[in-house]
Design a binder for this molecule. Sequence first.
Ligand code: LLP
Length: 438
Amino acid sequence: YGTQTVNDKGHLVVGGCDAVELAREFGTPLYVMDEAFIRQNARAYVQAFRERWDRFAVAYAAKAFFCTAMAALAHQEGLHLDVASGGEIATALAAGVPAERLFFHGNNKSPDELALAVASGVGRIVVDNLYELSLLRAEAARQGARPRIYLRLTPGVSAHTHHYITTGQLDSKFGIPIETGDALAAVREALRTPEVELVGLHAHIGSQIFDLNSFRVAAARMMAFCAAVRRETGWTCSELDLGGGLGVRYTAEDDPRPIEELVAVLTEAVAEQAAALDLPLPRLVVEPGRSIVGEAGVTLYTVGAIKEIPGVRTYLAVDGGMNDNPRPALYQARYEVVVANRMRAERVRRVTVAGRACESGDILVHDADVAADVEPGDVLAVLVTGAYNYSMASTYNRFPRPAVVFVQDGRAEVVVRRETWDDVRAHDVLPPRLRPAG
Ligand code: LLP
């Protein structure tokens, strides 16, 4: 995974840094992000498009992992940003990313967020529904601006891990369905709305996808819809945003396709349909999140109590859990673990890695094989935690959230500092009538 190696002490090394020393220096739990690996993935997307397509944007999906440093890094690599909230917009702007480079998503953007997007000049607002269009229209009129928009559509392709199905797609909280005729009606409505400029269409079919054929089908359906719209309204879709969704390898059983192959499939499908339907080649946009940061992340924990229930199982407790990684509890997600200070030991002890939150469901990994001599105080590393871990972390039980460090060439820098108990209660207000007497 990434630039992970093992040094002569038998310690895990990430981005040239000894994981055991990182744990000692910055404490645990600790999110470690391999900066060079993030850059390498970003470059793989940009390079693959450069070789195949004239007008494109690779918009990093901030939801996967975001903080001011990540925004700046993505910008340095020439990525645009997919943002999904006022908080993500504010973070991007604080990092010096020009608003023009943002794609603003969400199925229920608030009036305040729309006002911020219009005022700051967000590049593309991806309008999810007609109610949002009416809110945006009013806001644009108020500010005397004319935001550029995409309409988010559901192309009737629902991607699952290993196959795609074409039914059930109507049932999504996101976007406007093509198959019901609503999408065409929405395009007409947007074209009748002089306060906005409709420049493109958007579709996102899912996440952690291994089967590139779902992307091919979605791209083809979107192009077919562009042709239908052109016939019906005369409007030409000049920008097509095909979302994110490329899978990564969490365990040996996962078999994701390389970034370059995804880009090849998308560009081929769009070029083929453009030729067949006599459409101009649109500017192509993708919004990868997980495939840029997922495999670049490792979470370090300190091993605590090891509880052996004879004949049943052994629980190995760590000092984090569902607070910093809710994915196992939410999605039954599976992870690989290693004991970072015993990388040379044979992995023969079967344990269940338990978190420390007050609920039984807080299990990080079921049936992990770890070093036989693992003991309290060891550093346990859960691999491939770069996407949807820090960004989905909570303070359940009032556990402060961990720090994030970027590592590269043997250097480690904090990019998000560890929360303190004071941070956790920073927004608490104690009404005078509840103050302790005396
Ligand atoms: N674009 C849109 C409109 C999206 O909704 C998403 C993800 C992406 C792009 C990026 O998708 P990616 O390349 O990361 O697959 N919390 C879940 C994943 C939720 C994905 C939500 N949308 C998880 O931990 O698996």
